[in-house]
Design a protein around this ligand. Structure first.
Ligand code: 13P
Length: 251
């Protein structure tokens, strides 16, 4: 059985009091009822990690960061290391998000190093992949995603690979309100699993593959109903406690 996971990527949103309100709002909502078999993770801005981790551990969920450095430590002004995240109680880290690739020039080779750092410090990497609109229109989306997956993950041992979570986030669906159809999501998730199975064998059957991109309280159920969709990485809709917990309850 593979894990079901619903995760909220807050991106660069919320001040301290707003973050507190959201975290306690999520905790309150979860007390009204939650599926026991769904792992829940929030990814607040780094400055709120300790707060998020305190609320998360008291309420049966997890907190992590949206990025880490590829370096262990040292003179890298403004950066945060995997060791820091782990020592502050963080459990997961998003790596390879399309916004980091586009705005910060992150390549698969760099992301591979970040994945190694995360694993070294026992953080669960949530590795994001996905094509841009032009690539889908040119029917290159499978090739693009296969390359992203192989270049960032194929150097891993089978044991390390087993600790990785994947998020398929078609870039054309992120923040656009244009969600992938359940068929498009299932087709790509099954393809990713096949690519992973080609390298890692049976271990791929246990990999959680999340969908991200305009997933919300209204469409989560039909996305999560697909055999290879093991949950969601939620952006905008994770910024409201009721919406986020409604998505969690969509399984
Ligand atoms: P939206 O849910 O706002 O489209 O964002 C998805 C995303 O990028 C999650 O990492």
């Amino acid at each position: 059985m593979r894990k079901k996971i619903v995760a909220g990527n807050w991106k660069m949103n919320k001040t301290f009091t707003e973050a507190e309100d959201l975290l306690f709002g999520i905790a309150d909502e979860l007390q009204q009822g939650r599926p026991e078999d769904v792992e829940i993770v929030v990814f607040p801005p780094a400055i709120f990690l300790e707060l998020a981790n305190d609320v998360a551990t008291e309420n049966g969920f997890f907190a992590g960061l949206q990025n880490i450095s590829e370096h262990e430590s040292g003179a890298y002004t403004g950066e945060l290391s995997a060791a820091m995240v782990a020592s502050a109680g963080g459990s997961h880290v998003i790596l390879g998000h399309s916004e980091r690739r586009t705005y910060f020039g992150e390549t698969d080779a760099l992301i591979a190093k970040k994945i190694d750092q995360a694993l070294k410090h026992n953080l669960t990497p949530v590795y994001c992949c996905g094509e841009v609109l032009q690539e889908r229109e040119d029917n290159r989306h499978f090739d693009v995603v296969e390359k992203q997956v192989s270049e960032a993950l194929f150097h891993l041992s089978e044991d390390d690979f087993a600790k990785v979570v994947i998020a398929y986030e078609p870039v054309w669906a992120i923040g656009t309100g244009r969600t992938a159809s359940p068929e498009q999501a299932q087709e790509m998730h099954a393809f990713i699993r096949k690519v992973l199975a080609g390298k890692f064998g049976d271990a791929a059957a246990s990999t959680a593959i999340l969908y991200g991109g305009s997933c919300n309280a209204a469409n989560a159920k039909e996305l999560f109903a697909n055999a290879d969709v093991d949950g969601g990485l939620i952006g905008g809709a994770s910024l409201k406690a009721v919406d986020f917990v409604t998505i969690i309850r969509s399984f």
